[in-house]
Design a protein around this ligand. Structure first.
Ligand code: NAD
Ligand code: UDP
Length: 338
């Protein structure tokens, strides 16, 4: 029996492959490599001494999915495959709805035809919109998303919830990630963004490595302790381990489970800059710019439910996250192309 990891060559997927293999699971990866390099899977092998079976395929491709489910003995799926660039989703909404929603619908249809009804879905704290309570518990109502990417997550949560409600043979886990950063502590795997990064940490590491001149901080007039935006940053290895723990909720009769995966601690943009400088002894040039459209002031989790029900909690602190992000970037300035 194996776990099918869609999007398994990507940032979070590749780190999850390492943790699954280390925990003794057999792993099959499906990825169309639209935002990843197959080299990440070579690094998975280097780090674990084990191989994953890799299919270069698309979750929209029903024939390819049928072929994988016919050949492999898949007991559960972790569905990371998706497009994730917020700004691009505003410019290309059709592509995002097609890839993320139609892709997952195709995957789920092929799964049920092969009687595989266990799925973990990569959701996001973005489904809370501008949260009505902070720290955010899973009981916090979902909110209004500010971009098509966020809506694909929110809608897919609803679709998977309805599918589980209609057929209780399904076990569905929705994992709402907060802000994944960091990299494998070995420096062999990490985030590999295309072009100029949108997210804070890869932007900072590219300033540190000299590819970008300075960081622009998007607003310092928020209602937060220092005026800059507050987020719940989580080390990608902790996040990956959360998926291994979440597999325990794919047992018959479990039904629908929803967990926040965060640390429960909020850091401002300035906190991140200062911690990065401290962890790595590097100065980061920055200036204050205007707010970015769609950003909320503060977003951090209450991570109690995952601790109580999954026995999972984040172990890495902010200095380790900053250290490992930099370690990856400085050893691989061009990502997997080095
Ligand atoms: P990533 O882009 O590194 O990984 C996604 C992978 O999916 C890539 O390897 C890409 O090639 C693949 N893919 C995309 N569309 C596909 C398709 N149609 N068929 C097959 N493969 C396809 O991104 P990531 O940061 O590892 O994110 C993984 C998942 O977690 C995504 O669904 C993302 O939306 C979600 N998520 C990410 C974050 C974050 O900040 N990184 C936060 C919340 C949720
Ligand atoms: N941010 C910033 N400058 C950047 C990128 C991000 O000031 O170049 C801020 C952003 O406004 C937010 C935080 O950093 O307060 C995290 O942003 P990111 O895009 O990484 O994640 P988000 O929480 O928006 O998904």
């Amino acid at each position: 029996m194996a776990i099918l990891v869609t999007g398994g060559a990507g940032f979070i997927g590749s780190h999850t492959c390492v943790e699954l293999l280390n925990a003794g699971f057999d792993v099959v990866v499906l990825d169309n490599l639209s935002n990843a390099s197959e080299k990440s899977l070579e690094r998975v092998k280097e780090l674990t001494g084990k191989t994953v079976k890799f299919y270069r395929a698309d979750i929209l491709d029903r024939d390819a999915l049928n072929n994988i489910f016919d050949k492999e003995d898949i007991e559960s799926v972790i569905n990371f495959a998706g497009l994730k660039a917020v700004g691009e989703s505003v410019r290309k909404p059709w592509e995002y709805y097609e890839n993320n929603i139609a892709g997952t619908l195709t995957l789920v249809d092929v799964m049920r035809q092969h009687n595989c009804k266990n799925i973990i879905f990569s959701s996001s704290a973005t489904v809370y919109g501008d949260p009505v309570e902070i720290p955010i518990t899973e009981k916090c109502p979902k909110g209004v998303c500010t971009n098509p990417y966020g809506w694909t997550k929110s809608m897919l949560e609803q679709i998977l919830t309805d599918i589980q409600k209609a057929d209780n043979e399904w076990n569905v886990v929705l994992l709402r990630y907060f802000n994944p950063i960091g990299a494998h502590p070995s420096g062999k795997m990490g985030e590999n963004p295309n072009g100029i990064p949108n997210n804070l940490m890869p932007y900072i590491t590219q300033v540190a490595v000299g590819k970008l001149d300075h960081l622009t901080i998007f607003g310092d007039d928020y209602d937060t302790p220092d005026g800059t935006g507050v987020r719940d940053y989580i080390h990608v290895v902790d996040l990956a381990k959360g998926h291994v723990k979440a597999l325990s909720k794919l047992k018959p009769g479990t039904g629908l489970s929803i967990y926040n995966l965060g640390t429960g601690v909020g850091y401002s943009v300035l906190d991140i800059v200062k911690n990065f400088e401290k962890a790595n002894d590097i100065k980061i040039k920055y200036e204050i710019g205007p707010r970015r459209a769609g950003d909320v002031a503060a977003c951090y989790s209450d991570a109690t439910k995952a601790k109580e029900e999954l026995g999972w909690e984040a172990e890495f602190g902010i200095l380790e996250m900053c250290r490992d992000s930099w370690n990856w970037q400085k050893n691989n300035p061009n990502g997997y192309d080095d």
